[in-house]
Design a binder for this molecule. Sequence first.
Ligand SMILES: [Zn+2]
Length: 449
Amino acid sequence: MGAKATRATVGGMRLRTRLMQVLGCVAIASAALQADRLQQPQRPTAIAAHVGTSTAPANAPATRAALDLLAPGLSTVVVIVRRNDTLDRIFRQLELNLTDLANLRAVAGTRALLDRLMPGETLRLQHRDGELVGLQRNISLTEQLNVTRSGEDFHADVVARPLELRAQLEHGVIDSSLFDAGSSAGLQDQTVMQLAKIFGWDIDFALDLRSGDEFTVSYQRIFQDGKYLQDGDILAASFVNNGREVRAVRYVAPDGSAGYYSPDGHSMQKAFLRAPLEFRRVSSRFSTARFHPILNRIRAHQGVDYAASTGTPVYASGDGRVKFRGVRGGYGNLLEIDHGAGIVTVYGHLSRFAAAARPGARVRQGQTVAYVGMTGLATGPHLHYEYRLNGRYLDPQRVKLPDATPVASALLADFRLQSAARLAALSPPAAPPLAARPAAPPGALPAAR
Ligand SMILES: [Zn+2]
């Protein structure tokens, strides 16, 4: 993929911003829910308490009617929790029995599950003339606290509300933008973003997208109690860009780490960002050292200059360890990262460093390590970026970047097992078009028709 790869690869954060422009999409679904994570629900933490001013009648009339039939005088109230609400305030507002609240809190284990309410969450309460009969609170995406009354005592259960994952297959053809094609295919924005992120290292969605490009995506839709909740992960996808097909499949390793890989197990990502910042333009390209006969000195530019405003975050272009941080001659404030395997990246003219990027510290690809400036010999704010391999300076814009870690050879069998069905789902068996069917043998035509 040589030239293609050099042109198409963009940094993670940069990709995001560019995609937002390309897709015409303002809000990234930041709450992109990972189905993997859903299986380990977390308790809500750090919540402000609030008032039950927004009490509403039960929004489930059927349930209410049923309850009312079974137990005359029973009322169901649905409370949408507001900022600064506490259960105490809600009870007072609804004129519920405060002794019931005290008794409820005394039930082992319930206090922690009721003390901190989240603004916007929904509580369901059943009472008879102010006497609490029942209470339900969703304590995580997959668990509900269910309180019931028997006599003067309360009983609390945590009931599982399992999520149901359904696989879905969609196909789209690009007409104007990836976003439009995605929404015509019925994809949520978050899934289109996910799709673009998976293929973003191979396809430059700002420059390479052609009308007629197409994609097929197999992904999960998440349901609970039979109702659609949101899209889950993409399981496998193919993208045909300008006649070239790229395929990717999701693989979850035994340790739980998940990633997207080509069908042969290579990572869809590169080990390095092509450019370690969001830049305005390339103000000076790489040029090899050559001796200038007239000036009698060597003129070379052993890196790339990316023009950007002072203060623009500079990202570690790959995982590594901070090798040097400080002032060095014409470079001004300089940061060097050692990535192992003989690769060192260098960031110059910085205005300042990120606190976490202290010498010897481990940094991750895409992590902010410093900020653009014009220290040292610089006429304007820009990042001077170098990529060195075994001490040799290479052109950061053209160097063939190593792939991110592929599937470990010990896991290849497991990878193939998982991915076979997922990839097969992309091309379900279908009758070939007429033109593609083998020609009928001579004489096979029916005699009459
Ligand atoms: Zn430079």
